[in-house]
Structures are given as C-alpha cells and as structure tokens.
Ligand binder design. Structure first.
Ligand code: OAD
Length: 238
C-alpha cells in the first residue's frame, strides 16, 4: 500500500544524537533544574530572572548543535514524498527547520520565539531576553516571556494537529517517551479514524508502545533514514 498523508511526531530522542539532553534520563531534572522551577507560569511569576536565564542558556545552546541524520531524513521525506507530510514536534529546538523541514508544528513552542504578555504578539528572538527587554510591538517592559508551553498550559495548534491526525494513513512517533499528554494520546486519535498504520521508532519501547502496530527500537539517527528510504521507495506492501 502507498500512503497519501503522513503525520510524524517527534520528541527529545530525535535530537539526542545532536547533543540535546532528553527530559527523562536525568532523575527528573532538566539541565540540573527541577521542571517546576523553570517550566511553569508559577515559576515565572516567582522568579522571572531565573526562568529567563534558563531559556537564554537553552537558546544559546542552539549555536552549538546541528541536525543529525534523523532530522535530515525527515526533511528529505517532506521534499520528496508524493503526498502530504506533517511534522509535529514536542521539541523547542530548531533542528528540524535547519535540516530543511518546512511544514513543522511546534506544539510546545520554540526557543527562538518570545511572546509579549501585554499585547500577545510573538517575536523571533535570537539574543538573550531579560526583564528589561522591550516588546518590539508595544514597547513595554517587562513584558516578554519565552514562547514555550509550560506545564499546565495548552499546547499550540491542537486543532490543526487533530485535523491532520484524523486524515493521515500513516502515523510515526519518533524519540518520545509517551508520558506527556496530549502528544502521548495522538496514536489513539489516529487509530480511531480507521485504517491508518502506526509505527513507533524509539530507543526502547515507550510507555505507550502497545498502542502502536509496528515497533522499531534503536537510535533514530540510524533507523529514521532507513524508514524514509522505505517510504520513498515501494512503500509498504499488503
Ligand atoms: P523524553 O525525555 O520523555 O523521552 C525521550 C525518549 O527518547 C525516551 O523514550 C528515550 O528512550 C528516547 N531516546 C533517547 N535517545 C534516543 C535516540 N538516539 N533515538 C531514539 N530514541 C531515543 O522526551 P519527550 O517524550 O520528548 O514538554 O518529552 C515530552 C515532553 O516532556 C517535552 O516536550 C517536554 C517535557 O516535559 C514541555 O516542555 C512542555
């Protein structure tokens, strides 16, 4: 069978071979911080300077990492596939774009964007952001926060994602532990729609592995180029 519409979901595991630390391999700490100290709106209200510094460091790290073969293969899939490919990522880095992917939905936001809490505009932001930084639109300060979805906040573009999930005939999840909703539930949204095939590519079986029809366990940098070759070749038979 040839697929017409593919949705790919990626998580931290796809960027691991580029040198980005995943979330759940470090005693619950994210780059040595407790998540509730840096990734909640309460943390930002309590200590905005700490939160800004944390995301400034993450944003600066982007200068020192590069896309790996998994990112490059997914960009090639989007370019060469004779149908629609939608890439939904939980990652806040920009490695998919730097590899050449165009149709990328960042459901948890992006390090290189900030949002004004007063006028709600979103700005591309490459430098450090502090409580003294002024919003380029309304000129207010302090007003800017990382355009990141923190715990307790609604992920971005959920309507568009659900629309693509219900239409797709192949859903592939790559490098995600399947422990954070709503992304962890996407595989069920697909299967309810009918005939779609589902594949999990992950270092080890994820928390939601039993919900996938097919499993490929190992490193994304090795497995994703092989999968993309298959999808661009004869496709899945049967
Ligand atoms: P996790 O750290 O929870 O899971 C990463 C998964 O990738 C694990 O299952 C690893 O086994 C797997 N993995 C590691 N290296 C790999 C490799 N080279 N190839 C393939 N798989 C590999 O990260 P996510 O599932 O992305 O949310 O986490 C989901 C969300 O939780 C994040 O987006 C973040 C976090 O809290 C927010 O910030 C809102």
């Amino acid at each position: 069978m040839r697929y017409r519409e593919i949705v790919i979901l990626t998580g931290a595991g796809v960027s691991a071979e580029s040198g980005v630390r995943t979330f759940r391999d470090n005693n619950g700490l994210w780059e040595d911080h407790r998540v509730e100290d840096v990734a909640t709106s309460e943390a930002f209200a309590r200590d905005p300077n700490l939160v800004q510094r944390f995301y400034n460091l993450r944003r600066n790290q982007l200068h020192h990492i590069a896309p790996n073969p998994a990112h490059l293969a997914l960009a090639r899939l989007e370019r060469e596939f004779d149908g629609r490919v939608t890439l939904v990522t939980q990652n806040v880095d920009d490695l998919h774009e730097r590899a050449g992917s165009r149709d990328v939905i960042h459901m948890h936001g992006e390090l290189r964007r900030v949002r004004c809490t007063r006028c709600d505009t979103v700005h591309h932001w490459l430098d450090d952001c502090t409580q003294r930084s002024r919003c380029p639109n309304c000129g207010q300060a302090p007003s800017l926060r990382p355009n990141i979805v923190w715990f307790g906040e609604m992920p971005f573009e959920m309507e568009a994602i659900h629309d693509r999930l219900t239409r797709c005939d192949l859903f592939v999840s790559i490098g995600t532990s399947g422990s954070v909703y709503p992304a962890a539930g996407f595989v069920s949204n697909v299967r309810h729609a009918g005939e779609a095939h589902t594949i999990e590519v992950n270092l080890e079986p994820s928390a939601g592995a039993s919900r996938f029809a097919e499993h490929r366990n190992g490193k994304a940098g090795a497995l994703v180029p092989v999968l993309v070759d298959e999808l661009l070749g004869v496709g899945r038979s049967g």
